[in-house]
Design a protein around this ligand. Structure first.
Ligand code: WTA
Length: 651
């Protein structure tokens, strides 16, 4: 054990503890801490045997595997030699029992249109579309870019690719033509699936136009399939572009799933690195499928009668794992919503929950903070009694935002699962099991069975409890990325070189006395004040606990005296920015977590720069804080005007 080196100091002490409600625990599949501990210990002693036992029963095998894990660090192969198919596991497996006529997807469009697809209907659509792909000459191993609105057809397209072994690369339908072209080229995509347009806050976004521009620079793309969604005029190039609906009319519904090697690539998903070009994270078939199915069942305490709503878009990994592959392979009913959560009004989320009787809500801290800002009245006018479980993902949740979620949405009755994971991990790595693990606001609590995390210093030694350090995973797991598309070297360097033999997540974390994990933000975001390394989330959470702060982002800027000074960017609720409030916020942080963490600069702003999936882009704020132009990749920035406005506010 060590407490030296590059550790991060913690200044936040959160003492509140919420045991699983007795009623919830009584019905839960894993209903006590002892049960969790037993399962965790069993898996930890021999993770390979643990996953082997699950894989045999949880997936359908066309051919059994001969070896559970082949580990040539940093390259892992799981269930070697087996043949399976993710589309088969998500669909065909449910067709010979009562789930056949169960709703797989209940969908609502932004304008309010609704559709429901049973497992049998979804299977039929997927088979037909798989035949459309084949008719265009696609086969196993070919890459298909998907740039679509959150419609059932997006899921159909993903599963149809999986069915024939084509590798999908979903590109968030809000990225620019430039970003599409870059991804098409990196992956050598042969096809793009898109739609005429999409609805966003009542406005039309012309998707096909962006694809047309991208194709001028995407020489590998041979054909385009276009779904009619909005009805706007689009340019269709003969011999290249085909209407989805016309192709489907002609397609047969008979398309057996292709038996695919366990390690066959299922998908690529691009995620932005802090600098340079985006990384194509590669996931494969069997291990990923098993991991998302089991983590879905464990974390959401899955019940057959549930309606599960994950608000994530399929343009990022949460949509892949917990809108599509996890819930569907578990036979769940997924609610899918196309549009913005505040359209036509700020109560759309709660309205949807009430109207469909949603039981489990899985969303992001950024959405929760927005709801807090919009006000409790939007929530309170709806009957949310169907909810039994709440979840968050994507960023750390500030304890006060957690408390609001717990009180105002969950009525102190629903456990909250704060799930830590990454595009690279494929599925949830750490999270409370809601019937078993008491929760603490702001902590993702404990690792899931089969996951072995360790917090280490720069030399790879485990740090003492309460000392922050680098979060690593010490044993391979089935859902882990298998590489960066076309760049093994970057894969090895990014994740496996700084701490040899361990997966480096790139996040800071610490353990408390109860063995709970606290994620402290990205490694690169640490602020070093007079030799004390502070985590961004702790300063931000102290700010968010002030009644007038809606959101906050903390970054370091160079300071001659202290090394770094703390600059914070704050959005307000129920208050006007002024000098007095600045002073008050400084003192508030000082009182909450200490003089060391007192911000030097406070910038008030209307909005923070965020990624499309809602993460605060601190790297860009660092540039603003030191008065620099940003140089890094901004292709994932949600609202380009935010940076310009922030700079203007500085002048
Ligand atoms: C952050 C999203 C704290 C973290 C599934 C991670 C979190 C990155 C949490 C991955 C959480 C995600 N608490 N931080 N519960 N969940 N993060 O690839 O920094 O979009 O490394 O995957 O988000 O983001 P990604």
């Amino acid at each position: 054990m060590s407490n030296s080196g590059g550790n991060v100091d913690t200044v936040m002490l959160e003492k509140r503890l919420f045991p699983p409600p007795a009623e919830f625990a009584a019905k839960a599949k894993i209903g006590s801490l002892e049960e969790y501990q037993k399962l965790y210990e069993l898996a930890a002693v021999d993770p390979v045997a643990f996953w082997d036992g699950l894989a045999k029963t949880e997936l359908h095998w066309f051919e059994p595997y001969t070896k559970t894990l082949e580990w040539n660090p940093p390259f892992a192969k799981w269930f070697v030699g087996g043949k399976t198919n993710a589309s088969y596991n998500c669909l065909d497996r449910h067709l010979d029992g009562p789930r056949r006529n169960k709703a797989a997807i209940i969908w609502e469009g932004e304008p309010g249109d609704q559709r429901t697809l049973t497992y049998q209907q979804l299977h039929r659509e997927v088979c037909k579309f798989a035949n459309v792909l084949k008719a265009r000459g696609l086969a196993a191993g070919d890459v298909v870019s998907i740039y679509m609105p959150m419609t059932p057809e997006l899921v159909i397209a993903m599963l149809a690719c999986a069915r024939i072994g084509a590798v999908h690369s979903v590109i968030f339908a809000g990225f620019s033509a430039e970003a599409i072209a870059e991804r098409n080229n990196d992956a050598q995509a042969r096809m793009v699936i898109t739609s005429d347009g999409l609805w966003r806050r009542g406005k039309l976004l012309p998707l096909k136009e962006a694809v047309d521009q991208a194709l001028a620079k995407s020489p590998t793309v041979e054909s385009v399939i276009v779904l009619r969604r909005v009805g706007n005029d689009v340019n269709m190039q003969a011999g290249r572009d085909y209407w989805w609906q016309e192709q489907m009319d002609e397609a047969s519904a008979d398309c057996p799933a292709t038996p695919l090697d366990s390690e066959h690539s299922l998908y690529i998903l691009y995620t932005s690195g802090s600098t340079g070009k985006p990384k194509g994270i590669r996931h494969t078939t069997a291990g990923y499928n098993l991991f998302v199915k089991k983590t879905f069942e464990w974390v959401f305490d899955y019940r057959d009668e549930d309606i599960f709503w994950c608000t994530a878009d399929c343009g990022w990994v949460t949509g892949h794992s917990y809108v599509v592959y996890g819930p569907l392979s578990a036979g769940a009913t997924v609610l899918m919503y196309e549009g913005a959560l505040n359209f036509p009004a700020e109560d759309r989320t709660w309205d949807i929950i009430e109207r469909y009787g949603v039981n489990v809500l899985y969303t992001a801290p950024t959405a929760i903070r927005a709801c807090i800002k919009w006000g409790d009245a939007h929530v309170e006018k709806h009957d949310l009694s169907s909810l039994r479980l709440l979840g968050t993902v994507g960023e750390g949740i500030n304890p006060e935002a957690w408390m609001w979620y717990h009180r105002v949405v969950g009525k102190e009755r629903c456990p909250i699962v704060d799930t830590w994971w990454q595009t690279e991990t494929g599925g949830i790595m750490m999270s409370p099991l809601p019937g078993a693990i008491p929760t603490k606001p702001g902590s993702c609590t404990k690792p899931l069975p089969g996951i072995l995390p360790q917090v280490v210093d720069e030399r790879g030694n485990e740090v003492d409890r309460h000392h922050g350090g680098w979060l690593t995973i010490t044993h391979p797991w089935p859902g882990m990325l298998r590489g960066i598309w076309g760049d093994d070297e970057r894969y090895a360097k990014t994740y496996w070189s700084r701490i040899p033999g361990k997966y480096l997540a790139g996040d800071n974390a610490r353990l408390d006395d109860d063995g709970y994990f606290w994620i402290m933000g990205r490694i690169d975001d640490v602020i070093n004040v007079s030799g004390h390394r502070l985590s961004t989330i702790e300063v931000e959470s102290a700010l968010v606990s002030h009644p007038n702060v809606a959101e906050a982002a903390a970054v370091g800027r160079p300071d001659d005296l202290k090394g770094q000074a703390i600059a914070v960017f704050v959005t307000l609720k129920n208050a006007e920015p002024d000098e007095a409030l600045k002073q008050e916020l400084k003192l508030h942080v000082r009182k909450e977590i200490g003089a060391l963490a007192q911000p030097d600069d406070i910038h008030f702003t209307n909005a923070l720069p965020k990624t499309r999936s809602g993460k605060i882009m601190r790297r860009l704020l660092r540039d603003v804080a030191c008065g620099k132009e940003s140089t890094g990749d901004t292709s994932t920035l949600e609202d380009y005007t935010v940076l310009a406005r922030l700079r203007a506010e500085e002048e």
